[in-house]
Design a binder for this molecule. Structure first.
Ligand code: GDP
Length: 435
């Protein structure tokens, strides 16, 4: 997701590495690169113009921020402006009846199922219904999803009028104290007046708390043209962007807010029920800039290592203390976090490599075995590991002396790097992760 922008932005900002003072020419070069990146990513033309204008103004008028290099200063400005066009803050979903509107094939029905799963997981009472009477298959699909998520599906047997179906479901939701009634509406291949009239009537009758437009990120700007018509007719309160996992460009994500004036509330990142995430503008901006999605990484990390252990490791690293015992912890930490390429994408500075870099789990397991074959003393003080110890370790771990040597060399390099980084902070105060 968003790999294209991550790649292009990191190349553009690379120009500023080692720069002491930002010249006008450098700024122009960077802005030109960013402009091309955004247009290539299919971002709305007006959005690109506004974005560049704001960055130019700020870069020229604002003083360098405390202790930041020109590179970090421009990076911070770009970051803040990206967060702005992505919508500033994460927006919650108002309780009540949530209408899902949009065209067929965008992932609308799947999204209703995913959101039911998500909201139920948060402890809310959820029910589903569909008014897509012309497509019995779509209704069946939603009924199946309701069964899988184990939430009620409200059907109105024999009722053919979408407005009546909606009315019956809303009444039942009220009676049963439901927090969110998720209501899937008809999807057509094209916008037509009949569909819009039907939506207008449903809206008037049920007085929804939210009207969400489901847009397929892979359709690019086309997805937004239809959204505008829906917005003019029924007034949208938000957008759910589906298929973000398949969209390397990100043009729609960056254009929705400016083009429609409504927030993106959720994004779909795969076909499974759990593949939906609230849309956090700051996290997405960090990913785009290759700063990694630190918060998501931390949330994942907390699931696999206890916080006090992580804290202790972090403190030791900050102090520049790092022995093979710590390296073992790191290896296990990475092994436990699961799909490595997903994790790499969240690490600062490594996002752009996510797509080429498949860390080899087998290799990590061999490293783990090598450290496990060492005595406690050897792990604390690797300097004592002489040839005969190496031979013993290699035998014990089913590896070779040259593999043991390689691991010790890597350890030595990591230790040196950690010493060097002891006081260095990455951009935005995020400590750089040393591997
Ligand atoms: P609808 O006609 O708009 O209701 O579309 P469906 O919900 O039936 O989805 C159409 C196709 O898109 C299905 O194959 C879904 O599995 C797929 N799909 C939906 N959301 C996502 C997503 O976030 N990522 C991916 N990769 N596929 C999705």
């Amino acid at each position: 997701m968003l790999e294209l922008l991550t790649d292009r932005f990191s190349k553009a900002l690379e120009r500023l590495r080692n720069t002491r003072k930002l010249t006008e020419k450098q700024l122009n070069d960077i802005l030109r690169d960013i402009r091309m990146a955004l247009l290539e990513a299919d971002v709305d033309y007006d959005v690109v113009k506004t974005f560049l204008k704001r960055i130019r103004e700020r870069a020229l008028t604002e003083d360098l921020k405390n202790n930041l290099s020109p590179a970090e200063s421009v990076l911070l400005t770009v970051y803040e402006e990206l967060v702005k066009i992505l919508g500033e803050t994460k927006e919650d979903l108002k309780k009540g009846t949530v209408l899902f509107v949009g065209l067929q094939g965008t992932g609308k029905t799947t999204t209703v199922g995913k959101l039911a799963y998500y909201l139920k997981g948060k402890g809310f009472k959820v029910a589903l219904t569909s008014t897509d009477v012309r497509r019995p298959a779509a209704i069946l699909q939603l009924q199946r999803l309701a069964e899988r998520v184990e939430v009620p599906y409200y059907s109105a047997e024999g009722e053919e009028d979408p407005v009546k179906i909606a009315q019956i479901a809303v009444k039942r939701a009220k009676d049963e104290g439901v927090d969110y009634l998720l209501l899937d509406t008809a999807g057509r291949l094209h916008i037509d007046e009949e569909l819009m009239e039907e939506l207008r009537r449903i809206k008037e009758t049920v007085n929804p708390s939210e009207i969400l437009y489901v847009a397929d990120a892979m359709q690019g700007q086309e997805a937004l043209r239809a959204a505008k018509t829906f917005h003019e007719t029924v007034g949208l309160t938000g957008v759910v962007l589906t298929k973000m996992d398949g969209d390397a460009r990100g043009g729609v994500a960056l254009s929705v807010r400016e083009a429609l004036g409504v927030p993106i509330k959720f994004m779909g990142v795969g076909e499974k029920l759990e593949d939906i995430e609230p849309f956090y503008p700051d996290r997405v901006a960090q990913r785009i800039l290759g700063l990694g999605d630190i918060q998501s990484l931390v949330e994942r990390a907390q699931q696999v290592i206890p916080e006090d252990e992580a804290q202790a490791l972090a403190v030791r690293i900050m102090k520049g203390e790092f022995d093979l015992e710590d390296m073992l912890k790191q290896i296990r930490f990475v092994l436990n976090m699961g799909p490595l390429d997903k994790i790499i994408g969240m690490l600062p500075g490594l996002g752009q490599y996510a797509k080429h870099l498949k860390l080899d789990e087998k290799l990590l397991k061999r490293k783990e075995a090598i450290i496990l074959s060492m005595t406690k003393e050897e792990r604390k003080n690797p300097a004592i590991i002489n040839l005969s110890r190496k031979q013993r370790i290699a035998r014990g771990s089913g590896t070779t002396v040259s593999e043991v040597n390689k691991l010790l060399k890597e350890y030595e390099e990591a230790r040196k790097l950690i010493r060097k980084l002891k006081n260095a902070k990455g951009p935005l105060g995020i400590p750089r992760i040393p591997f």
